[in-house]
Ligand binder design. Sequence first.
Ligand SMILES: [Zn+2]
Length: 502
Amino acid sequence: MKKITIIAMLLVVTAFSLNAQDNLTVPERHNLTIYGTMSLEDAEEISESHPDEIEILATSDDEAAVHMSEEATHLVHDLRGTHGPSYLYASNAIDAIKQIRHERVERAQQMNFSITEGESVENALQVISQSNIEDQIEELESYGTRYHTTAAARRAGVDLKAKWETMAATYGRDDVSVRLVDHSNASGGRTNMYSVIMTIKGAELPDEYVIIGGHLDSTSNNNNTAPGGDDDASGISVITEATRSLFEIGFVPKRTIEVMAYAAEEVGLFGSKDIANRYGRNNVNVVAVGQFDMSNFKSSSRDIYFVNDSNAIDPTLTGFFQDLLDEYHGPNSGDTITYSTTQCGYGCSDHRYWFENGYRTAFPFESSFRDFQNNNVIYHRTNDLMRNVPGGNANHSFKFAKLAVEYLIEVSKKSTTLSAPEFSQEGYELYVINNNLKYKSQSSSSPIKSLKVYDVTGKRVYRENGLGNAGSVSLNKFSAGAYVINIILENKKELSKKVILN
Ligand SMILES: [Zn+2]
């Protein structure tokens, strides 16, 4: 536990109670409208250079709880020139002081990560597409701004939900759902912008969650023009394309996968804080959280830099990400991706509150932070557009998308209760997904007369008549083993398919 020194707490409490009682005008500084936390060094520096913009309420070893002006939020960001807001928002003074105590939720994380899904990974790597990433980056840039208070940012959330739903429907995935998360009443920072969450339900371990995320909002020196191409349209596009490639290869996960586009990261991690706190409060069993925030401006010699700040990053999961690159992109792989580590500093992205809630986090970044500060000239500028990154394409992000899909496949694991993804004969489709047998006729001319399921001994274990042209049958009631599904059509034709349930 850290030692906390409360500096002006008494004063603050007095001011509150006076206000509450009789609206007395106390000599408070009206420009100080925001509570938050930041590194003590930054707080002291701003306090010295701009004493009217900040008040330090309490300090711990190296952090400060502060009451500050809007101006101070920009000052602290500019001071470090690092990624992320450089401060964390708090809803009031008490919340801010609590926050610098850093009481990370204790949570037993027993999962051992392993690399076992080479076949699925190789298949996914064949279909993952750089041009899809480029198209989506430009699509997101075209909002002009996604600054969290704008109508465009709210629309971007609604549109992304529709895009993800269409993507799932295109591949016939009814194990996928997409929802908007409303943060308009969030206690840790309110915004009218939505976060968006896509859920791919795990076929065998649905209560274990593998999370991948990035932030949908953007910012710049003029928030009316904040295209946010690299920061962080590149991250959203990477996680979208990684997921699409899973659908294309018919991958059904054992564990539940959730893909998250967070709202309002740039102003203090509002969206991810709200979501991570909700998951934490409900003790959701999240086994891993991968953060993809900025992936397309290469300004270091290596390709990927893993953030390793000890107050927000889990070394085990980060090591596993590195294992994935060693396995699939080593020096002799023909598709080498090099990596190193870096530190990003205070509150630098959405993984922060997942970590505070006791979950394992990893954050692969586009450069070392030193090189990023020196070289990424479009960061938080009105010209943060893909055409202004080196190469003018999504070549750098493409590497992150490969890592993303490897992470999703190897942590969620391919479900083995399922047969081969699809079967097509005589205009009929017959396949198993999420423990359901699905059948569908391309034409209405000859519906299914009967469906029977036989076990390995040839014994009929299930029969249903008059199924029509499309529908599904739950296979949950069957124990592990091989089965033959047999359907007879009204036109007397017969189709059979072998499935294995493990
Ligand atoms: Zn960002």
